[in-house]
Design a protein around this ligand. Structure first.
Ligand code: RIB
Length: 642
């Protein structure tokens, strides 16, 4: 902005403005003077001479232009501010409230103030042509102009719609209503694309595009008249009205109808049930914008190289369920150990030099891998086992236990040269236990056996692994899973160290308190240890804490879940029961929170019974606790970590 611009805005000549600025305005009327000074004040204009003389070349101020009507803008702003401060900048905030004129005025004001760079968040207008200040625009894809005046951090609303619809379709919903606001056409296109990929079209009656008032007064009732099983909403506020209407009909969310919002907010978190939503991470957006701006301001990258797309993801909460009748889940493959367990009941666990008398000894099929397979099989999962047994009576007994629990044994090999693995387990009167293992045939479960049966992983959803087999075999299997897009659930056991490269390919890492202490000795608390694991690349860390429940940490959440209230008789197989139920629930398309509820009750029931495989609950037994599991989903200390 210069004197000419001010003169134009005031309808006077540039020399008039100059005279007023230099106090040589005796011949200028009071009215004109007043008008010019008002405009100068409004635009916070600083004459160039003063800029040169008084201002340091760098102010360390980033100007942020935002519109308070933009969704999630507050979270983005907090992140921009934090990232700016982390890098030694402060911010100057200008709220345009979506007004184009205000936007132009603020650009000038920021320029006059000498900001080092500008971040514009979802503004209606384009950056001014003459703007010479480094700038980054946060945009949705539709608003991108292709001109390289500023770097873009952008997200695609079509991806958002696609993700929401695809998430529901994958769970088995096919009648999905879509209630969107005018302007959400890109989201709608994503929704239609997800259907198109399956060669079907949604019924027109399920789709409503209008104002928020129209959605509430017409759209919701219209789509609820149809026989739909899920609703996609423009935001959590509309989602809450959908909740109310569903309840007025006497139905339950999500048992009868699932609900998902295409925009995440604290309102989704506060709803009951907490609403699952598509989430564009404010953390990622804010960090990316500040980083790009700093790169440009410091001349480290040209504008055209500072362009980043932020991918949305699903923040799973409790408002989406697999529709009734679709419970048969995806395939689960267990690659793991199988032992004959010699269970020795004692009053207490003997310590060094102590001899205790057992009141009861019994042999039962066990081994972490076989236990998990049996647990998942009993719960109705589609389970395949890859493992190695000795060609002996123990091996045959374990094999029968797998078959009787519905486990497919295609990948089980009988080894003539080595006996079946064994575990010697002391079970104390309080249910606590200690285990000594003789690996036997488990040691021969190597990469060549996994390669021989790798086609079992082809269409699998989850692969369960434990470190009771060799780390090399585990590593090889994880690589196969990565290639075949199979999610890995890993339980570490009897190891003090794990190869660093393994962590980034683990989707669910389920150690107990002792195991995590051994693996991450450097951190003091459970929370810190979990945090380190997430930073190493684990997607979900679930630390099982015995009677204290479990702790979850992932990109979205961190917090504790209580244990189910059962009297412990034998806790030996609790973790195996937990993991098998977790896998079954996830494989049926449930979110992590519901899956933890399911797993917590399966583990609780198993500790109230003697042994491991015989103690695993079947589907019918677990469904007796459906109400408890439903209400369990709300019993946690979860905080958002977005
Ligand atoms: O997790 C319990 C199992 O650990 C036992 O069945 C035993 O065989 C050991 O592998």
């Amino acid at each position: 902005m210069n004197i000419k611009d001010i003169a134009k805005l005031c309808g006077v000549s540039p020399s008039t403005v100059s005279k007023i600025l230099h106090n040589k305005d005796e011949d200028i009327s009071a009215l004109t003077r007043k008008k010019v000074l008002e405009v100068i004040k409004e635009y916070q204009y600083v004459p160039y001479s003063k800029v040169i003389n008084s201002m340091a070349p760098k102010t360390n101020i980033i100007g942020v232009l935002l519109s308070d009507s933009t969704y999630g803008v507050q979270d983005i702003l907090y992140r921009i501010e934090a990232a700016a401060i982390e890098n030694g900048y402060s911010i100057m905030l200008c709220n345009t409230a979506g007004d184009k004129d205000k936007e132009e005025k603020y650009y000038q004001i920021m320029k006059n103030k000498g900001v080092d760079g500008i971040i514009s968040v979802c503004q209606a207008g384009e950056l001014p042509e003459d703007m010479k200040i480094p700038a980054v625009q946060i945009l949705d894809k539709k608003s991108r102009t292709g001109k390289n005046k500023a770097a873009d951090i952008y997200f695609d609303m079509r991806d958002v719609g696609y993700l929401a619809a695809n998430y529901l379709l994958e769970k088995g919903h096919n009648k999905i209503a879509c209630l969107l606001e005018a302007g959400d056409e890109e989201i709608m296109a994503g929704y239609l694309k997800a259907y198109k990929e399956r060669f079907v079209s949604p019924n027109k009656e399920w789709i409503f595009l209008g104002t928020e008032e129209d959605i509430i007064s017409i759209g919701i009732s219209k789509c609820l008249n149809e026989d739909i099983t899920a609703v996609i909403c423009a935001n959590a506020e509309i989602g809450n009205v959908v909740y109310e209407k569903i309840r007025e009909r006497g139905d339950i969310v999500p048992d009868k109808i699932s609900v998902i919002s295409v925009r995440d907010s604290s309102f989704a978190e506060k709803s009951y049930p907490k609403m699952t939503a598509v989430h564009v991470s404010a953390l990622k957006v804010g960090n990316a914008a500040v980083n790009a701006l700093i790169q440009i301001m410091e001349g480290r990258k040209p504008v055209y190289e500072c362009r980043e797309k932020i991918e949305p993801d699903i923040c799973e909460r409790n408002s989406v369920m697999v529709p009734t009748g679709h419970e048969q889940g995806g395939k689960i493959v267990v690659v793991g150990s199988m032992n004959m367990d010699c269970m020795i009941n004692v009053s207490h666990i003997p310590t060094g030099g102590e001899t205790v008398r057992s009141r009861n000894i019994i042999s039962l099929p066990g081994g972490k891998g076989a236990n998990q397979a049996v647990g998942a099989g009993k719960l109705g999962g589609l389970v395949y086992m890859i493992g190695r047994l000795g060609n002996d009576s123990d091996g045959k007994e374990i094999y029968n236990s797998l078959v009787n629990s519905g486990v497919k044994t295609d990948g089980v090999v009988f080894d003539d040269a080595i006996p079946t693995g064994k575990a010697y387990i002391n079970v104390a009167a309080d249910g606590e236990s200690t285990i000594v293992i003789y690996p036997g045939a488990n040691e021969k479960l190597d990469r060549s056996q996994v390669r021989q049966y790798e086609q079992l992983l082809d269409d699998a959803k989850y692969c369960l692994l434990t470190l009771e087999i060799s780390e090399e075999t585990v590593e090889y299997t994880i690589q196969k899973c990565k290639k075949k897009k199979v999610k890995v659930i890993l339980k570490p056991s009897s190891v003090e160290k794990m190869k660093e490269s393994l962590f980034e390919n683990i989707d669910y890492f389920v150690p107990n308190e002792k195991e995590v202490k051994q693996l991450i000795p450097e951190a003091a608390t459970i929370e810190e240890k979990a945090d380190i694991l997430v930073k190493k690349g684990v997607k979900n860390v679930i630390i099982t804490l015995g009677h204290k429940g479990c702790y979850l940490k992932n990109d979205h959440y961190e917090g504790y879940f209580p244990a189910a209230d059962f009297h412990p008789v034998d806790t030996t197989g609790a973790a195996d029961a937990f993991i098998s139920a977790l896998a079954v629930s996830l494989s049926e398309g449930n979110g992590i929170l519901r899956a933890i509820g399911f797993a917590t009750y399966a583990a609780g029931i198993s500790v109230a019974r003697q042994g491991v495989q015989p103690a695993m609950v079947d589907r019918r037994g677990l469904s007796l606790y459906k109400e408890e599991i439903d209400s369990f989903c709300g019993k946690n200390t979860l905080k958002n970590t977005k």
